[in-house]
Write a protein that binds this ligand. Structure first.
Ligand code: SF4
Length: 496
């Protein structure tokens, strides 16, 4: 991430007193109390005993209130920080065990009518080479990802008539239709611009898994500055996007904020309040929360000079606090972050990672490098949304996960058995998810090892499976004995 050399005045003001102007301007009332968010984002560091109290509560796995999360965000003592990270790691272990879900993004197009000042796809970035993939090209990208061993895809695009809802529905159908050997994509999540209820009904019918949409910033004033034109300038339409999606029957949704725009403490608390609002309104909350940190993107002023950079220490806190505040939520970390830091963050709560990603449409077939210097050097021609920091391919990521004791998982069992929405939350909260996820994760991992891994990775992966098998419940162990033997014999796509 670029070091701050110049501060964008409005963004800095917003970070110092986020949300305050919304109160002054009499902003329409929403489920967020902006004054409260502003105060919580500046609350003083709690005492050591208070931190102990909150972390003790975290170990009951009942989650935290926004107020408690805000207090933890304010800690600045290194011992307390260590305790926070250790508690988050413990909570993750209780809910998720050693499972780590893997997926790949598939960018279908980079046309965009919006003007987000932190994004390379913004309409005013006239130098950006614009691309929209044909269905044949989408099929080819899918083939490449399937050939690597991926089973879960995240379809992403900018907002443009060229990537209309009809186009996206065809893209989903195309992606699901591709077959390489016996392999098919088993779950497509989508990260798209907000739709109306009818649009979400169509997406649901197309068989999407999670609908993902980041609010970017919850501060209305900062939001206005970051989104000067285009439909995305409508803060309220975006803020209520998940209400419409859930009303339409989408039963897996993913929230996120873009860290680096404003005060991270404000965005963190607002994210948790958003989740609470959904839970109170619909009876269940987000399936995932993403934690993107602004990464370099040419032609995007706030990605070239990040207004309020988030330090690595603060980023650790963000991940850890979300983990203990919402124990069952999946935390998604993208390849924006550098390899070593990504590996470290798994221990504090991250449960899903992308791997081998390209952020340029058609990128899986090209050999365009995508590190910061390459993206910057060919800013006029590189169609990437942002530079990436982790360049490992899927096999290398998996090899590293095995070395660190994690079980790489391609499991899509809950989604395909209908354990979504409220059902998923009921299952996940008390930690019962381990009963399904560990066996399913191990079987999906065995499949990967037999079909795609190098002999060295296969050997150490199978050894890990043998060790982890013993941690399953007796029922899980009985299932695993049978399912792993069948998988070794050639059966595929087995799940509980
Ligand atoms: S963040 Fe999304 S909406 Fe904004 S310019 Fe980029 S692609 Fe378009």
């Amino acid at each position: 991430m670029k070091t701050q050399t110049h501060l964008d005045e409005p963004a800095v003001v917003a970070a110092q007193s986020p949300g305050a102007s919304a109160q002054r301007a009499g902003y329409p009332s929403t489920f967020l109390d902006y004054q409260k968010l502003s105060e919580l984002s500046r609350c003083p560091a709690p005492s050591a005993s208070r931190v102990g109290e909150i972390l003790e509560k975290a170990r009951t796995l009942q989650g935290l209130t926004a107020e408690e999360a805000a207090e933890l965000a304010a800690i600045n003592d290194s011992d307390q920080m260590r305790n926070l990270l250790a508690t988050a790691g413990w909570v993750k272990e209780q809910i998720y065990g050693k499972r780590m879900v893997l997926f790949a993004p598939l960018y279908t197009g980079n046309y965009c009518v919006n003007n987000c000042v932190y994004c390379g796809f913004r309409v005013d970035n006239r130098d950006m080479k614009r691309v929209v993939l044909s269905m044949d090209e989408i099929a080819r990208q899918t083939e490449i990802l399937l050939s690597q061993g991926h089973k879960r895809i995240l379809i992403i695009s900018g907002e443009s008539p060229k990537q209309s809802l009809d186009y996206t529905l065809k893209a989903i159908e195309t992606c699901y239709s591709v077959q390489v050997g016996t392999a098919r994509v088993r779950r497509i999540n989508v990260e798209l611009a907000p739709l109306d209820v009818e649009g979400f009904r169509a997406l649901k019918k197309a068989g999407i898994g999670t609908y993902v949409c980041f609010q970017e910033t919850y501060d209305p004033d900062l939001y206005r500055r970051a989104h000067p034109s285009g439909p995305k300038a409508d803060y309220l339409y975006r803020l209520y996007v998940m209400d419409r999606a859930m009303e339409a029957g989408c039963d897996d949704i993913g929230l996120g904020a873009l860290f680096g725009l404003g005060s991270w403490r404000y965005e963190l608390v607002a994210l948790l309040e958003h989740a609470r609002h959904l839970e109170e309104t619909f009876g269940w909350g987000p399936h995932t929360v993403s934690v993107p940190r602004i990464e370099y993107a040419p032609g995007a002023p706030w990605a070239e000079v990040v207004p309020n950079p988030v330090s690595d220490d603060d980023f650790r806190k963000i991940v850890a606090i979300i983990r203990i505040a919402r124990p069952s939520v999946g935390i998604i970390l993208s390849t924006r972050e550098r390899t070593e830091f990504r590996k470290e963050l798994l221990a504090y709560g991250v449960s899903q990672i992308s791997s081998g990603s390209r952020t340029d449409p058609g990128g899986y077939e090209s050999d365009r490098p995508q590190d910061k210097s390459a993206v910057a050097a060919s800013a006029a021609q590189h169609p990437a949304q942002f530079a990436i920091g982790d360049h490992r391919g899927l096999e290398e990521t998996i090899s590293d996960l095995i070395d660190d004791g994690y079980v790489p998982s391609f499991c899509t069992g809950c989604y395909r058995r209908g354990r979504t929405g409220a059902d998923f939350m009921d299952l996940a909260k008390p930690g019962l998810i381990k009963e399904f996820c560990l066996p399913n994760g191990l079987v999906s991992f065995a499949e990967y090892l037999y079909d795609y891994a190098s002999p060295a990775t296969r050997e150490k992966g199978l050894a890990l499976i043998r060790r982890m098998q013993e941690e399953a419940t007796p029922k899980g162990q009985a299932y695993l004995k049978k399912a792993l033997a069948e998988t070794e014999a050639g059966a595929r796509d087995l799940y509980l």
